[in-house]
Write a protein that binds this ligand. Structure first.
Ligand code: ZN
Length: 103
């Protein structure tokens, strides 16, 4: 990770778009990735998102559960099908038994 591209808050921490309120559950997959279940039923994929010239931050795009794209097979241990792909950074992988497996 190139430090000068990391988008930082005033306190020096990486900008993190992951909600901290109205969170129903949070499953950490590894140091850089987590899946967050929201009280309103949305599921978010929180991850360190390298957007090239636009910088690096922690983003949390919503999975496409409502549209029928993603299915939460199990909450414990967390398993989601099909794979998750971030359009911004190209991160692509599977969440199987609460582990991230790169695609
Ligand atoms: Zn991303």
């Amino acid at each position: 990770m190139t430090e000068d591209r990391v988008l930082r808050r005033d306190d020096g921490s990486m900008v993190d778009l992951t909600p901290t309120q109205l969170v129903a559950t949070r499953i950490d997959l590894d140091a850089e990735r987590a899946v967050v279940g929201m009280a309103d039923g949305r599921w978010l994929f929180s991850h360190v998102c390298d957007r090239g010239d636009r910088g690096i931050l922690r983003a949390a795009p919503a999975l496409q559960v409502a549209g029928g794209g993603h299915r939460i097979v199990h909450v414990v241990p967390l398993t989601i099908t099909p794979s998750i792909l971030c359009d911004d950074c190209g991160t692509h992988g599977f969440v199987t038994r609460a582990e991230w497996v790169p695609a």
